[in-house]
Design a protein around this ligand. Structure first.
Ligand SMILES: *[C@@H]1O[C@H](CO)[C@@H](O)[C@H](O)[C@H]1NC(C)=O
Ligand SMILES: *[C@@H]1O[C@H](CO)[C@@H](O)[C@H](O)[C@H]1NC(C)=O
Ligand SMILES: *[C@@H]1O[C@H](CO)[C@@H](O)[C@H](O)[C@H]1NC(C)=O
Ligand SMILES: *[C@@H]1O[C@H](CO)[C@@H](O)[C@H](O)[C@H]1NC(C)=O
Length: 336
C-alpha cells in the first residue's frame, strides 16, 4: 500500500512508467527501523501544485530552486523568518527546469527542456543548458548550448570551475555528458551498465542525481536502485577507475555529499532521506516527506542544515495519474 501512495519525484519518474518496473526488493519500503530520524522543518512551501525538482545553495545563503511545469527558477531566502520566495526567471517556450550547479562563484548552469508531468512525455531534442549569472543586481540569463542528442537531462555537477566544465546526467540514455560552459562543446564521457537504464524495463530511467567529490563522481541510478561512484579524470570527466556500487536497494533521486563521502540521498518513492556512509551503510534520517527530489547543505552558519526540496506530488497506481497532494516545499533537516 505504501508503494502506491508514494511519490515519484524526478520528472523522469512519471515517464509512463509502471511502479512494478522498478526493482522492488527492499527498494520501495521505507527503512523506518534504522537510523536516528531527525525532525524536519518546513522553511517555505509553494502553492499547490508546484513541483520542485532541484536546488543550489548560493554563497550568501539563498537557495535557487528549479521547477517542473512551468520552467521557473526561484530564489528562496531562508535567511529571513519567515522565508520568502522570488521568481528569478521563467524560461518562455519551455516548461521544465531540472539540474542546477554553481560553475564559478554566483554563476550557475541550469538544464531547461520540454517535459510534461501530465503526460509523462519529453519533447525530443528540446533540452538545453543555460547560464544564470547572479553577480550583478539584475540576473543575466543566456543560453549556453542546445543538446539535441540528449534524451532527458537531469542532474548536474561542476567538473572544473577553472575550465568552466560541468557534468550532466542523461537519465534517458543512461550516460553523463560533459559540457564546456564557455565554448558550448559537449560530449558523452561516462557510459556504463551502472549508469544505464535496465534494458527492456518499462521505466527507462538510469543515472539520476550526480555530485563530484574530489576526483570521484558519485551517482544514483534510479531504475537500478543503486548508489555508485567512479573515479574520473578531472580534465576530461572520463572514467579512470572501476564503477563501484556503494549501496543497493535504494530508489534515489538527487543527493548531497559531505567531504568525508557521506551522502544524503532523497528517497523519491519512500518519501525519506537516506544517509549512505562510504562503507555502504544506509539509514533513514528523515521520513514523511512528500516526494523529496534533491538535497544540499547550507553554506553559511547553516552548514549542518540539509535543505531538501520536494515535489509535493503523489502518484496513484495509475502512473500517469499524478495527484498533487501539496505544494512543493523547502524543508530544513538538522544534522550534526
Ligand atoms: C510541456 O511541453 C510539451 C511540449 O510542448 C507539451 O506537450 C506539454 O503539454 C507541456 N506541459 C506542460 C504542463 O506545460
Ligand atoms: C517546447 O514546447 C513549446 C510548446 O509546445 C514549443 O513552442 C517549443 O518549440 C518547444 N521547444 C523545444 C525546444 O522543443
Ligand atoms: C512518519 O510519521 C509517523 C507518524 O507520525 C511516525 O510514526 C514515523 O516514525 C515517521 N517516519 C519517519 C521515517 O520519520
Ligand atoms: C486519479 O486518481 C485519483 C485517486 O485514486 C482518482 O480519484 C481519479 O479518478 C484518477 N483520475 C483519473 C483521470 O484517472
Amino acid at each position: 500500500m505504501y508503494i502506491f501512495k508514494s511519490s515519484l519525484a524526478t520528472c523522469v519518474a512519471v515517464l509512463g512508467c509502471l511502479l512494478n518496473a522498478l526493482p522492488v526488493t527492499g527498494a520501495l519500503v521505507p527503512r523506518d527501523d534504522a537510523g536516528d530520524v531527525e525532525s524536519s522543518t518546513t522553511v517555505y512551501q509553494f502553492p499547490n501544485p508546484t513541483w520542485l525538482e532541484n536546488l543550489a545553495v548560493r554563497s550568501n545563503g539563498e537557495i535557487l530552486v528549479t521547477v517542473i511545469n512551468p520552467a521557473d527558477l526561484y530564489k528562496v531566502d531562508v535567511r529571513r523568518t519567515p522565508a520568502t520566495a522570488t521568481l528569478l526567471y521563467s524560461f518562455t517556450g519551455l516548461n521544465t527546469t531540472t539540474g542546477i550547479t554553481e560553475v564559478t562563484p554566483d554563476v550557475f548552469a541550469v538544464v531547461v527542456g520540454n517535459y510534461s508531468l501530465a503526460t509523462g512525455t519529453v519533447t525530443p531534442r528540446s533540452f538545453s543548458v543555460w547560464e544564470v549569472d547572479l553577480r550583478s543586481h539584475e540576473p543575466a540569463i543566456s543560453k549556453i548550448a542546445d543538446l539535441p542528442e540528449a534524451a532527458l537531462l537531469n542532474g548536474m555537477t561542476t567538473l572544473s570551475s577553472r575550465k568552466g566544465t560541468i557534468l550532466i546526467s542523461d537519465s534517458g540514455l543512461g550516460v553523463v555528458w560533459r559540457l564546456n560552459t564557455r565554448t558550448g562543446e559537449y560530449a558523452v564521457v561516462l557510459d556504463d551498465k551502472t549508469t544505464r537504464p535496465v534494458p527492456g524495463a518499462e521505466l527507462q530511467i538510469g543515472i539520476n542525481g550526480i555530485r563530484r567529490l574530489r576526483d570521484y563522481l558519485y551517482f544514483v541510478n534510479l531504475g537500478r536502485a543503486l548508489f555508485c561512484r567512479v573515479r574520473i579524470d578531472l580534465q576530461t570527466g572520463t572514467a579512470i577507475g572501476p564503477y563501484e556500487i556503494i549501496a543497493t536497494g535504494l530508489v534515489g533521486d538527487d543527493f548531497d555529499i559531505t567531504k568525508d563521502g557521506t551522502a544524503y540521498v532523497t528517497g523519491v518513492i519512500s518519501n525519506v532521506v537516506w544517509r549512505v556512509t562510504p562503507d555502504g551503510t544506509v539509514t533513514v534520517v528523515a521520513g514523511n516527506l512528500t516526494g523529496p527530489t534533491s538535497a544540499q547543505f547550507g553554506r553559511t552558519k547553516d552548514k549542518n542544515t540539509l535543505y531538501v526540496v520536494t515535489s509535493g506530488a503523489m502518484i496513484t497506481p495509475d502512473p500517469i495519474n499524478v495527484t498533487f497532494a501539496e505544494g512543493g516545499k523547502v524543508v530544513a533537516l538538522e544534522t550534526d
